[in-house]
Design a protein around this ligand. Structure first.
Ligand code: CAA
Length: 419
């Protein structure tokens, strides 16, 4: 009998607690990896691929090789081979990693690939954090003052403010919206919604950026497992034969048991590492990444029911709304304001089906990890397990990761499996 066409699936995911944890990035990565394997019902020996993104707090040469050696995936003593890769596209890393894992399953015939990220930037003292973060994004002329990252995003925010496309309040409303979402997620760091005044009166970090408009620094790890549907079917078959109680999915974890989530398509594009002297549309890459993802998935924005949009700073989220087709070009500020009023005194999750976990601004942001939270929240929404914040009837979802200062964009479209 011919094999059914195999699809690439997320069959497991897991994350550690978030906060100031005093643990190394590697420990957080290992815990997240173990949790994601458990939710797939797989064991370390079932992996034949691993993609890792580097950490800022505990950097290692060839992070993926380091992690694979620590967890015993390498040296590989069984049949076949194991491939591991470190991907550094900054905060876009988890989505780049997801797309790379899907390619490894599709083109390199890997059976199951883990994508892992972890960092402990909250446990780093602020001067040390800033020394490392500034060094990563500083231009050779040193024109970006420290903290360079907030100042870089701020330059873009000011550019849009000058164009009259946004108001200062609309930028701050993004943080309020994210805090309202986070308040509904049991693991989010921000437990209580901010008022607009809270955000506008918080400490100024750059001319148009206050503290509550900065990605909320955290320690944390998160991982996903991408596998081929054929491999999982075979795995389930073995299970059927070996299980004594006749339960076919006895060894499969909860995510894999329901078929996992299908990776329908994706796209990536790049921009400069730091903003050019003259900011214009040419520095942005989310539009191109999203267009590739929609084209590969053969879908349009209106075919999606949930969005996980990178929001390290409000301007990133506002640009993503337009780039991913949630709202037409030039209207994101007005759209956010409309959502701000719509969600002011209680709302249903379906009224605002974006970043239902609270994003970087309010869920928590361990450097290059947070796009993994977008992916995990997309999976929860697609599986219908986002208790207390479930958007009704989510069949397809988009996740966007952004690296550096608009320096890399990776977009993926995920879907429920079709029976
Ligand atoms: N929401 C709620 N609370 C917040 C918050 C937010 N968004 N941001 C900070 N806070 C809280 C902190 O948790 C802290 O609370 P406690 O006192 O209870 O611990 C308090 O406000 C003060 O914050 P900090 O300790 O961070 O203050 P600081 O003066 O030491 O540092 C800062 C201020 C320099 C702005 C620093 O917070 C910072 O750099 N933040 C931005 C982090 C950042 O840029 N991350 C990367 C984003 S870009 C990206 O994601 C792309 C990529 O490629 C990595």
């Amino acid at each position: 009998m011919p094999q059914p066409v195999s699809t690439m699936r997320i069959v497991g995911y897991g994350m550690t607690a978030l906060g100031k944890l005093g643990r190394s990035a590697s420990e957080l990565m290992r815990e997240a990896l173990q949790k994601s394997l458990r939710s797939a019902g797989l064991q370390m020996k079932d992996l034949d691929g691993l993609v890792a993104v580097p950490s800022l707090s505990h950097p290692h040469f060839m992070e993926a090789h380091y992690l694979a050696t620590q967890v015993g995936l390498l040296p590989h003593r069984g049949p076949g081979s194991v491939r591991v890769r470190t991907i550094d596209t900054g905060g876009a890393g988890p989505v780049s990693g997801l797309l790379e894992a899907a390619r490894m399953v599709k083109d390199e015939r890997c059976q199951a690939v883990a994508v892992v990220a972890g960092d402990a930037v909250s446990s780093l003292a602020t001067p040390e954090f800033l020394a490392r973060a500034d060094q990563g994004c500083r231009d050779p002329e040193n024109s970006l003052p420290s903290p360079c990252i907030p100042h870089g995003y701020d330059q873009v925010a000011q550019w849009q403010l000058r164009q009259g496309l946004l108001s200062r309040e609309q930028l701050a409303m993004v943080s309020v919206l994210m805090s309202r979402q986070a308040a509904k997620h049991p693991l989010a760091l921000t437990r209580k919604a901010h008022s607009l005044e809270d955000v506008l009166r918080s400490r100024k970090i750059a001319p148009a950026t206050n503290l509550l408009e900065c990605a909320r620094r955290a320690d944390g790890g998160a991982a996903i497992i991408v596998a081929s549907s054929n491999f999982m079917d075979e795995y389930m078959g073995h299970d059927l034969v070996s299980s004594e109680d006749g339960v076919s999915s006895a060894r499969l974890g909860p995510v894999a048991a329901t078929g996992g989530l299908v990776v329908l398509g994706g796209g990536e594009a790049s921009g400069p590492l730091y903003p050019p002297e003259e900011i214009d549309e040419s520095m942005f890459s989310c539009e191109a990444a999203a267009a590739s993802a929609f084209s590969e998935a053969q879908l349009l924005p209106e075919d999606l029911q949930w969005f996980g949009l990178y929001d390290c700073y409000p301007i990133c989220f506002l640009r993503a709304l337009e780039a991913c087709g949630v709202t037409p070009k030039g209207t994101a500020g007005a759209w956010v304001e409309e959502m701000f009023w719509k969600t002011e005194s209680g709302y249903d999750a379906g009224d605002f089906p974006i970043n239902t976990h609270g994003g970087l601004l309010a869920f928590g942001a361990p450097w290059e990890v947070p796009a993994m939270y977008n992916i995990i929240e997309a999976c929860e929404q697609l599986r219908g397990t986002a208790t207390g914040r479930q958007v009704p009837s989510v069949r397809r979802a988009l996740v966007y990761g952004n690296g550096g200062i608009f320096s890399h964009s990776a977009v993926a479209i995920l879907a429920q499996p079709v029976d």
